[in-house]
Design a protein around this ligand. Structure first.
Ligand SMILES: Cc1cc2nc3c(=O)[nH]c(=O)nc-3n(C[C@H](O)[C@H](O)[C@H](O)COP(=O)(O)O)c2cc1C
Length: 308
């Protein structure tokens, strides 16, 4: 038994950014198996080898330990649901997703970013997992971006990049929802109350511009997750709103801290800010903040997976 704390070690391993795959196989009786795995690694081009590490705890461990063929499906952005199904769902996982058999009968998931059909090349015992090495016999790559995973959370490069960088062909504005002790910072403008916001220069990021703005006003912030990203089509302006916390009690020349419970009494300058703050107050109660991506009229709320 190692003297290292397994929980700490798991978390330390988890700080490595990975993609997400679903590994599938079929046994001689035609039963299908699949599990979500981020232990995928490409190994060799000639011969074409890859590996993935099934754990002994898997209900499908025996199937993978003895399989002659398997498929690694690299999940695309937006396929968090599929990752969750193949990590936790206890019923027939394949009834929940689109798939089709490859020529060996192994399920290939619909809309995966990339898949690799493999013959089992070698299985190496490795502690509480095995290393399942496959020789790639066939593969297909789409242009979709892969889904990311780090420290127990899924992330999407597209969304993160949009949140971090200004849009090239329109004006960009970054706003911030600054929370401090149950209050939100609002500014009084001639058009109504407003969240603090700054215009982004083409060669600067939203986060850096916001951080500079608040530092200059002697109010250092800790910026958090993006909360809303939308284009206002009539004005051609792209808005990125980011959550933030004030790091300490500082003098405040930037606006007024308003109790969250009282926000509905403040007439906001825009519809977008009104609905954003209503959602913020609601989601704050549950502790699960989503990310709105859309335009001034409609869009989707993406949930950040809060696995620990
Ligand atoms: C992002 C992610 C990556 C995972 N990577 C692996 C892995 O590499 N190897 C593994 O054995 N389990 C991994 N798991 C856990 C399995 O997917 C999960 O334990 C399994 O699907 C449970 O299946 P079962 O109910 O059939 O035992 C991962 C889970 C997630 C969410």
């Amino acid at each position: 038994m190692s003297h290292l704390d397994p929980q700490h070690l798991r978390r330390a391993f988890g700080s490595f950014l990975t993609g997400v795959t679903v590994v599938t196989t079929v046994d001689a009786a035609g039963n299908r198996y699949g599990f979500t795995a981020n232990s995928f690694t490409s190994v060799s081009i000639d011969p074409p080898l890859l590996l993935v590490c099934p754990g002994k705890f898997l209900s499908s461990f025996d199937a993978f330990r003895t399989c002659t063929h398997f498929v690694v499906n690299i999940l695309a952005e937006g396929q968090e649901d599929i990752a969750n199904i193949f990590a936790g769902f206890k019923g027939d996982r394949f009834a929940q997703v689109e798939w089709s058999p490859n020529e060996k009968g192994v399920p290939v998931l619909g809309q995966a970013a990339t898949y690799f059909s493999c013959d089992t090349h070698q299985i190496i015992p490795a502690g509480d997992h095995v290393i399942l090495m496959g020789e790639v016999t066939e593969f297909e790559k789409s242009d979709q971006r892969g889904l990311g995973y780090s420290s127990g959370r899924f992330f999407s490069l597209g969304l993160e990049r949009d949140a971090a960088m200004p849009h090239p062909d329109s004006q960009s504005v970054a706003g911030v929802i600054v929370e401090h002790k149950g209050h939100i910072l609002l500014q009084d403008t001639p058009q109504g109350w407003s969240l603090p916001h700054v215009t982004i220069d083409a060669d600067h990021s939203a986060r850096q511009t916001l951080a500079d703005y608040f530092n200059t006003a002697d109010m250092p912030l800790t910026l958090g997750k993006a909360f809303s990203i939308f284009s206002d089509r009539p004005s051609g302006t792209r808005f990125t709103y980011i959550q933030a916390q004030v790091t300490a009690d500082h003098s405040n020349t930037l606006g007024t801290f308003v109790p969250i419970s009282n926000l509905s009494n403040y007439r906001m300058r825009s519809e977008a800010e009104t609905s954003m703050l209503a959602r913020y107050a609601l989601e704050r109660d549950t502790g699960h903040f989503g990310l709105y991506v859309g335009n001034e009229q409609s869009g989707d709320i993406h949930s950040y997976d809060e696995r620990t």
